[in-house]
Ligand binder design. Structure first.
Ligand SMILES: Nc1ncnc2c1ncn2[C@@H]1O[C@H](COP(=O)(O)OP(=O)(O)O)[C@@H](O)[C@H]1O
Ligand SMILES: [Mg+2]
Length: 195
């Protein structure tokens, strides 16, 4: 099977490709469709109820598992290989625990606007890059579930498709790269657009 990656996507390692669960899938388009159906079900679950424990390792993993359980054997499991982005595999758990604790603190003090807390949370989660794949999609839904659980509307994430290699995706990746350099304004502008 030949895979095409949009800009900013993480190539799969050989072992990870072997972990594809539906063995009848031979085309990228079929995989996209299959993943999409899996993710729609996870969204129903994620947005269909309130969750008490969003800022936890368990919830971060559970959401990824729900999104990819019918697709990949490593759904919900942290990556064990190095990627061109992300912390060392053995640092993933501790970095996520720190992230959750920091966000709890930020919410308690109420100094940073809630949208900014959520956008920074999103950036740090994809920057840690906990999973072998699906980090972008996972971290966007995770951030939206976090917002909705705090009675905030979901982000608009620009105004178009973020999975395909569109201008919107380019703007998203550029905003994340700026955030890598501690310039968060482009990301704040990107995540919630009003028209
Ligand atoms: N420079 C960067 N800084 C932070 N995050 C990035 C950067 N480049 C890419 N990303 C994130 O990584 C995601 C791609 O990782 P990947 O695991 O392939 O997710 P997905 O399969 O959902 O696209 C992008 O959607 C984006 O969220
Ligand atoms: Mg990917």
């Amino acid at each position: 099977m030949k895979f095409n990656y949009p800009e900013g996507a993480t190539p799969l390692e050989g072992d990870e490709l072997d972990a594809l669960l539906p063995k009848h899938i031979t085309l990228q388009s079929e995989l996209n469709e299959w993943e999409h159906m899996n993710i729609l079900e996870a969204e129903k679950w994620g947005f269909g109820q309130r969750h008490a424990d969003i800022l936890s390792l368990e919830f971060i993993q559970l959401l990824h598992r729900k999104m990819f359980s019918e697709t990949w054997r490593w759904a919900g499991k942290f990556r064990t290989t190095l990627k061109n982005i992300g912390v060392m595999p053995y640092e993933i758990s501790q970095e996520l625990v720190k992230l959750c604790a920091d966000v709890e603190e930020q919410m308690k003090h109420g100094i940073i606007p809630f949208d900014e807390i959520a956008a920074r949370l999103h950036h740090r989660l994809v920057w840690i890059h906990p999973f072998p794949n699906g980090n972008g999609r996972h971290a966007r839904i995770y951030t939206d579930v976090f917002l909705v659980n705090h009675q905030r509307p979901k982000f608009t994430w620009g105004q178009g498709n973020l999975v395909a290699p569109t201008q919107t995706r380019k703007a998203y990746i550029n905003a994340l790269k700026e955030a890598d350099r501690h310039n968060f304004e482009p990301l704040f502008d990107f995540v919630r657009q009003t028209n």
